[in-house]
Design a protein around this ligand. Sequence first.
Ligand SMILES: [Zn+2]
Length: 204
Amino acid sequence: MDQIQIGGFIAACRKERGMTQAQLAEKMNVSDRAVSKWETGKNMPDSSIMLDLCAELDITVNDLLNGRRIAMKNYKEIAEKTMLEMRQAKEQNDRMLLHMEVFLGCISSLFLFTAILVAAFVQMSTWLRVVLVAAAIVQFFPCMFAALKIEQIAGYYKCGKCGEVWIPKYYQVFFAPHINRTRQMTCPGCGKFYFHKKVLTKDE
Ligand SMILES: [Zn+2]
């Protein structure tokens, strides 16, 4: 530990925050002379007030003891925080996508069945019936393909056998026998043709 460097660092941090020695002393409940002694490296701040002093100067104890800001540590913390935020954003996005899948599927199916019922029971000319049913069928399949695409890319599938979490290809999802979103596929982890549950995070 280099007390001169630590002292200089304390002075620099204090000035960065626009405080005089007297103001810092008042906040720390010590004398002006005590602050002056820290800053000239004659004395170290007492361990009992070190945490408060670091909070006041917006540095870590690690920074203080090293007499400089530890860039790598900050970097790691920031990187971890950013990654966590990104993960949360992805989860939220995936959750929204899965709601959209349901919405799209429901609207599209509803339109198809309504069109068929109307065509069957409401009096209208034959060409209109044909156009109505054709339109309903034409919208139905692209919507279903789109809904399935949404399901494929949102989150992951988790193998019920070995717990492998992965994202299958579109054709694998498309041809997989399924109950709702639980699909039977060949797991890349254990190689078994087994049920896979839809999950939003890798550690669900
Ligand atoms: Zn497996």
